[in-house]
Design a protein around this ligand. Structure first.
Ligand code: NZQ
Ligand code: ZN
Length: 388
């Protein structure tokens, strides 16, 4: 296990009705915020009203930036920076899923720098300071509510990249599971696939010694495999929604990766699908994950697949190693297909071979993905082609 520093720093307000406590958290930093949200779901389900009532009760002045797209655009970030500067705002409050929260983060950083915010997406080393970020989470998926990552798209250049800043970690986040009751079946499935993928990206590491991290990752995976279908079939099941919500945060806030972190593999490949075809992030991950697993299964990696098969899927440990590994991969694929009715191929996502060369080149950023198993451009192309 490598050395690490662990200080998430997000005050989590978890549970039904916790919106009533966000005002005083914001007031510790500012009484003027930019309220950032998406295409209007929060107006239909009442979360918008709950939020603005809380801001009004605490005399917090707010300006609004709405219409943040899934796969948030750099144009929205630029607009948000402008509003913050013109109105001298002291914080950014996102209400939504990962898209609104990520957009809010880059706005919060963008205000502090005299460069086009896209520069901050391309080079995370530039981000040292930002306005404080707060979030009200409405969709369990990205973990953005408790980490410093932000993923922004530039549709003009077909680019979608993640950036990071420790200062971007939300100061406080409301995690009210009832706020996710209105999430559609398709988004529930996609979000669950995203949590699973974050956990797998961390679990399949080639840095040894993280026994504890691996066992915690297995628990998060089991939670998703158990509660994902329950939330999918019973949207108002509080236990399912709350377990998925907490799993979303813990899959990607450092707990299971610090000390054993290596570069992720499936995410950079999926970000190209979203950049070129604007697909749901979780659906792209669900299609690619089993193919990536098959591609990287070899004598060096089989033992981790065996642990995954035995500890997460309860596969008979007396079987041959490769039988266990392949069965675990099949169970993963079947989970997405049978339990969450998710697409199985890129074709179903409307993706053909037309951009595969360009997508592979961008996924490896001209070099390679140095993850669990190093993938060069040809590896990525093979994975895409197998997934078609
Ligand atoms: O826009 P509105 O009207 O709010 O509708 C949204 C949107 O259409 C809807 N929704 C959200 N909460 C809802 C709801 N509908 C009904 N009831 C609710 N309570 O769901 C749709 C998707 O929302 P979005 O925020 O786009 O989803 P998600 O949370 O999956 O975020 C996806 C983005 O996050 C990035 C992805 O690449 C993608 O751009 N990621 C961010 C990460 C991070 N910051 O750490 C890591 C992830 O791996 C990921 O890359
Ligand atoms: Zn993700």
């Amino acid at each position: 296990m490598h050395n690490f520093k662990y200080n998430v720093g997000t005050k989590v307000l978890f549970g039904e009705g916790q919106i009533k406590n966000i005002g005083k958290e914001i007031l510790e930093y500012t009484d003027r915020v930019l309220l950032v949200y998406g295409g209007g779901s929060i107006k239909k389900n009442g979360i918008y009203n709950d939020t603005v009532n809380e801001l009004k009760e605490n005399n917090i002045k707010y300006f609004e930036l709405s219409g943040i797209d899934p796969n948030p655009r750099i144009e929205s970030v630029r607009e948000g920076v402008k509003i913050c500067r013109e109105n001298n705002l002291g914080g950014v409050l996102a209400v939504g899923g990962g898209s609104s929260i990520d957009c809010a983060k880059v706005i919060a950083a963008g205000v502090k720098y005299d460069v086009d915010p896209w520069e901050l997406v391309l080079d995370r080393n530039l981000i040292k300071v930002s306005l404080p970020v707060f979030s009200v989470l409405t969709l369990s998926a990205t973990g953005s509510e408790m980490n410093g990552n932000a993923v922004i798209s530039n549709i003009v250049t077909n680019e979608k990249y993640g950036t990071y800043g420790e200062c971007l970690i939300p100061k406080a986040s409301v995690l009210d599971p009832t706020y996710t009751y209105t999430v559609s079946k398709r988004q529930t499935a996609s979000g669950t696939a995203d949590i699973i993928s974050h956990t797998l990206e961390n679990y399949f590491t080639n840095i040894s010694g993280g026994y504890l991290q691996a066992r915690m990752a297995e628990s998060i995976l089991k939670t998703c495999f158990h509660y994902g279908p329950i939330a999918y079939n019973n949207p108002n099941n509080y236990d399912a929604r709350s377990n998925l919500m907490w799993a979303s945060s813990w899959a990607i806030n450092g707990l299971i990766s610090l000390g054993v972190a290596n570069k992720w593999s499936v995410h950079p490949m999926e970000h190209e699908l979203s950049a070129f075809y604007d697909v749901y992030h979780g659906e792209g991950l669900a299609v690619l994950t089993p193919h990536w697993m098959k591609h990287v299964l070899n004598d060096d990696t089989v033992d981790r697949f065996v642990e995954y098969g035995i500890n997460v899927w309860n596969i008979d440990s007396s079987l041959d190693k490769y039988e266990i590994a392949n069965s675990a991969i099949e169970k993963t694929r079947n989970f997405f297909k049978d339990e969450l009715s998710m697409p199985q191929t890129l074709t179903e996502l409307g993706i053909g071979t037309e951009n595969i060369d360009k997508m592979a080149e961008k996924a490896v950023r001209g070099k390679s993905i140095k993850g669990f198993v190093e993938l060069d451009k040809d590896d990525v192309k093979k994975i895409y082609i197998n997934a078609i």
